[in-house]
Design a protein around this ligand. Sequence first.
Ligand SMILES: C[S@@+](CC[C@H](N)C(=O)[O-])C[C@H]1O[C@@H](n2cnc3c(N)ncnc32)[C@H](O)[C@@H]1O
Length: 336
Amino acid sequence: MLRRGKSITGTIIGPNKTNVKTIKPSKTRKIIRRYHFLNQSKQKLLKLLKLEDSNNLLFDTLRSGNADFQRGCDMKRGDDVTERQLIKIHQHSMDSKLLYNMLGYVYTELADEKGLSNYQMASRMGQDVKRGGDSSKILIKWMKELDDTQEKNHDERKTMTALEIGSLSKQNKISTSGIFNPVVRIDLNNSNDQEGIIRQDFMERPIPHNDNDKFDLISCSLVLNFVPTPLERGQMCRRFKFFLKNNSNNTRYIFIVLPLPCLSNSRYITPERFHDMMLSLGYEKLRYQEAKKVCYALYQWDKNLENEETQKKRFMTKRQCRDGPKMNNFNILLSK
Ligand SMILES: C[S@@+](CC[C@H](N)C(=O)[O-])C[C@H]1O[C@@H](n2cnc3c(N)ncnc32)[C@H](O)[C@@H]1O
């Protein structure tokens, strides 16, 4: 639900006594909610205006060539009328001037580097140990369990390599447990200039040709829900396999974390449907666990399990699996 009025840049977050920036939990949730609301609004507006922004060039194009969009860009943040209109975008679907206006308003707030950096800081605060965060704790627990079931003695346990997509910290268990080395960390925006996190879009990361440049594990924690459209989420899932090693170690793991409601309360996807979709891509479920707010899943890629027929039949078109008044529309769709 939208909390009206505030920009995602929020109030200035000043350094505390230890010179480490922090945000209160209530504010953290507000910033994250606002960011997701803006992203969803952007998608709705693009759809109604029949626009695509696959290269992220639309903002600059419209800013220099569309007066209605420009007006939206120049508006004051937290404009009451626009905020109300954004809640009911579909009521204005015939008014293209207003749609462009709203799009400019939304884009400007999303493009604000300070807003994204606050969003990332809010996400990092959610990972704070005191707030029950760091989803990679579960990953490490599972890795140890898997090692035990394979009854390897200490010498046989090889260090694995990992790619962490959407990395916000070098202090998470994935980086500190010693199980993974190196951990290559990437994020769309390294707003905090943390050394050791590469600024990179996973979808643009060049596909490696030899195993040395591939990984034993890909971690994708709370990233898929950040990807704006169902098709782009599907493309991301399909892309994982190109970064997994082909060697005989039998690793090839994918660790995915999603906000629980994405799977437990969506009209279009359920945990079972998500696992089936992953299986059709060749990712077999090894572990799945639901917590109060998020769900964790561990898959292993096996090329022999890929099934294009199932992909086509079940996962390339939108299908409603259930309905209810408070359900969301989160979905993941595959394309060829
Ligand atoms: C909610 S944060 C999650 C951070 C952390 N992994 C966690 O579990 O709390 C989502 C992050 O994913 C990043 N992200 C989204 N799409 C991405 C992509 N295509 N490539 C790299 N990073 C991406 C965003 O920049 C954002 O910092």
